[in-house]
Design a protein around this ligand. Structure first.
Ligand code: MOS
Length: 695
């Protein structure tokens, strides 16, 4: 009895509020008696605070307090040790938050922070990842709970016996998440209860973390995240801003607003780990893979192990009888890495999809055809069939739309004046998971419906998508449905992460709507009727079939033969991601991911100065990202894919698939244009000019 809301291009429900400036973000709520916090960061890499002199800061006009390990309210050791802030004098990395200045204005807090004097004892440090770092070790598992290493067949023998081989190593630098809205919090204590407005991807997990740290029952804490200006993973769990604001508010017994600065986003909130990835591929002479090995190295901190699943992409993407993947990490004196759009899959796919391009050249087979030849219906890792796998369909449709046929595979085969022109392709995949959530649906006596779930819209259009799903599930026009999200006082739900949001939330919303319709059919009371649903059992009881979204990227670049400047002519992606709920917002997610992949390929690079153990390019003037002028044409398409094994809405998730493989397609196009293979991102002009005379 669908009303056809799912699949239609509705504009975002909160669009008018956003463009008129009335949508409130975390530090935009008016609060009586509010004060402002400014975080102070450690100026050394590794050591111990021996003295904090707050005299000058406290004498500065408007400053109310300097909160530090010597006077901060005590908090419990939580599951994320980096959140146990201002409790000890130990410094684990440069930029660690070591104090908060609270003042009656933002400017006064900032000036106060400048006047805090801190002395340290320091020790030697190690902050740079190398493939021979003495601290490299094998973690027990990699994120979120994959085996560290896998092996099938006999890689060494299979590799040695093959007629065609590539053995290549790729490097990716640190990447820094920069959502438009920084991590920001307003914290208020009232009679032992904590209210926070927080910029987060999940108010339910933030509430759980605050309960743990402050030793409170979750019911004493409310976390509101009604509008969030981006996250990309960096706001996936509670971060420093919410802990610092809550500590500061308790210390001064007044509400505190605390927003991290743009510069503070570079490091302590987490970043994508640098990687060193060796990929070995072997094939027979018709391009069928016989052996695949992916060895990945990444870093974590001395505070906590964060072992990214870099090589996991390679386990399930292409078939071969002999396969091996390994992960090694080392603990450096750096902030703990964290999630950034497709953590693991994104850098892993860059390496594998680049190596496949190198193999295609070595074996003399078109790179689209090579991928098609190595497709598989059975997950090579799990030995079970995929619920659906439309990689080949994405490659074929992409090739047709892009105009791939007839491509001359020889590098440097196209030229237009100074510009060398080349094209590249890459595959993409991302797991299609869901997490338990709960929701309520209410029929009101005026014929309207209210659907409540603590989902988070981090700018993706999630609010609108769930509203569409709810309308269809209730069998009423969407105009009669009101949706409430973004508040831990609503039914608990999964965070907006791992491309799981829409799948998880719509599952709960559909079940709540079905329960409500049952109640109404039974001729219940005529007033307001509410039904609730919790998908914990149903999600947990799903058969363990491999579920993935797929995609294919096609890219055309031009490279200035004199300067090595790389420009994107066009980028085209085709994706198979189950049902698409809202074509407008889905397209934005996909082209957003692709743009971020372009940025990764050509621009982004955290440059760490080993002497100071910190990133030197810690603002958007010096950490380059793709801007509008860098994107001449990006198009995203999707297949009409039905997969009934997934979840009641049939969605696979689209937040991350757009970035996976995108950087490889760009790098492969640059190679095709120039004949130069840069295996260390980003592909800057000095690297291209440095290795060859392009002209
Ligand atoms: Mo996304 S990096 O899983 O929030």
């Amino acid at each position: 009895m669908s009303t056809g809301a799912v699949g239609r291009a509705y504009p975002r429900l909160e669009g008018p509020a956003k463009v008129t400036g009335t949508a409130r973000y975390a530090v935009e709520y008016p609060v009586d008696g509010v004060t402002y916090g400014w975080a102070v960061q450690a100026a050394v890499v590794r050591g111990r605070i021996t003295r904090i002199d707050t005299t000058q800061a406290l004498a500065s006009p408007g400053v109310l307090a300097v909160v530090h390990h010597g006077n901060a309210p005590r908090i419990a050791p939580g599951q994320q040790p980096e959140l146990r802030l201002l409790q000890e004098p130990t410094v684990h990395h440069r930029g660690q938050y070591v104090a908060v200045v609270v003042a009656t204005s933002l400017e006064a807090a900032r000036e106060g922070a400048r006047l805090v004097r801190i002395d340290y004892d320091t020790g030697p440090h190690s902050t740079v990842l190398t493939d021979d770092h003495p601290g490299l070790y094998k973690p027990d598992q990699v994120n979120p709970s994959y085996p560290t290493d896998t092996a099938e067949g006999d890689f060494d023998a299979g590799y040695a016996a093959a007629p065609v081989r590539v053995d290549v190593t790729y490097r990716t630098p640190a990447y820094h998440n920069n959502p438009m809205e920084p991590h920001a919090t307003t914290a208020q204590w009232h009679d032992g209860r904590l209210l926070v407005h927080d910029s987060t991807q999940g108010a339910t997990p933030v509430r759980a973390t605050l309960a743990e740290l402050f030793g409170l029952p979750p019911e004493s804490i409310r976390v509101v995240a009604e509008h969030v200006g981006g996250g990309f993973g960096s706001k996936g769990y509670a971060k420093a801003s919410v802990v610092l604001a809550a500590l500061a508010a308790r210390h001064v017994d007044r509400p505190v607003k605390l927003a991290l600065t743009r510069q503070q986003l570079f490091g302590p909130v987490g970043y994508r780990t640098p990687t060193i990835q060796r990929v070995r591929l072997a094939a027979d002479t018709d391009g069928r893979l016989t052996a695949i090995c992916h060895d990945a190295i990444s870093q974590t901190s001395t505070i906590r192990e964060f072992a990214e699943q870099t090589a996991v992409y390679t386990r399930s993407m292409y078939a071969a009888p002999h396969r091996r993947t390994t992960h090694r990490v080392t603990r450096l004196d750096v902030p703990t890495p964290f999630w950034m759009r497709a953590p693991g899959e994104c850098p892993g796919a860059y390496a594998l999809e680049s190596a496949l391009d190198e193999l295609a050249i070595a074996v003399g087979i078109d790179p689209v055809e090579l991928r098609i030849r190595n497709d598989t219906d059975v997950d090579p890792d799990q030995g079970r069939p995929f619920t659906s796998r439309n990689l080949v369909a994405c490659l074929r449709e992409g090739a047709q739309r892009f105009g791939w046929a007839g491509r001359d595979p020889s590098p440097r085969s196209r030229r237009d004046g100074r510009w060398l022109i080349g094209t590249g392709v890459a595959g993409s995949s991302y797991p299609a998971r869901a997490r338990p959530s709960s929701a309520t649906a209410t029929a009101r006596s005026d014929g309207t419906f209210l659907v409540q779930i603590n989902a988070t819209d981090i700018g993706t259009g999630a609010r609108t998508a769930i509203w569409q799903v709810a309308a269809d599930a209730l069998g009423v026009p969407p105009e009669r449905v009101e949706i409430r999200i973004g508040d831990s006082a609503l039914p608990a739900a999964a965070l907006a992460g791992g491309s799981m949001g829409t799948a998880s939330w719509s599952w709960a919303v559909i079940r709540a709507a079905q329960a409500l319709r049952e109640k109404l059919r039974d001729g219940g009371p005529t007033g307001e009727v509410t039904a609730e649903a919790d998908t914990t059992e149903e999600v947990g009881g799903q058969p363990a079939l491999p579920r993935y979204a797929y995609g294919a990227h096609f890219v055309e670049v031009r490279v200035d033969a004199d300067t090595g400047e790389v420009r994107l002519n066009r980028m085209l992606g085709v994706f198979a991601a189950g049902r698409v709920v809202n074509p407008t917002t889905a397209r934005s997610q996909l082209i957003g991911g692709m743009t971020m992949g372009l940025s990764m390929a050509l621009h982004e690079e955290g440059l760490l100065d080993e002497r100071y153990g910190d990133w030197v390019n810690h603002d958007l003037a010096t950490y380059h990202i793709t801007g509008c002028a860098d994107v001449e044409a990006i198009e995203a398409y999707w297949l009409d894919e039905r997969d009934d094994e997934l979840n009641p809405a049939g969605v696979k998730g689209i937040g991350e698939i757009g970035i996976v493989g995108a950087a490889a397609a760009v790098a492969n196009a640059v190679h095709h244009a120039t004949g130069v293979r840069i295996r260390e991102l980003p592909i800057r002009l000095d690297k291209l000019i440095g290795v060859s005379d392009l002209a």
